[in-house]
Design a protein. Structure first.
Length: 95
């Protein structure tokens, strides 16, 4: 088993904005590729997502599902207040 270097930078997937429903499958494909390359935990940077809408909720839900199916974990970072509130409302909170 290979030791994990705690000093190594996290693997980051930057979610682009504006986000549409058509973007979601490509994001999931990119996430699967990161897990296929050996990542176990991926940070999804949501800083560019400026609209808190159903496309953003769909993206987060699908990214979390993709991570779970790959046996990995996804962490959400830099989401705006509106998106955080919407994710909390739908049960997809930031943790």
């Amino acid at each position: 088993m290979e030791a994990i270097d705690p000093a190594s930078p996290p693997v980051v997937l930057t979610v682009p904005g504006p986000l549409t429903f058509a973007d979601v499958p490509l994001l999931c494909e990119r996430l699967r590729g990161l897990y296929g390359a050996g990542a176990r935990e991926v940070v999804c940077d949501l800083g560019a997502v400026t609209r808190a809408d159903l496309a953003a909720v769909e993206a987060v839900a699908r990214l979390r599902l993709t991570a779970r199916r790959a046996g990995g974990r996804v962490l959400l970072r830099n989401a705006g207040a509106g998106l955080v509130a919407l994710l909390e409302l739908t049960g997809l909170g930031m943790d």
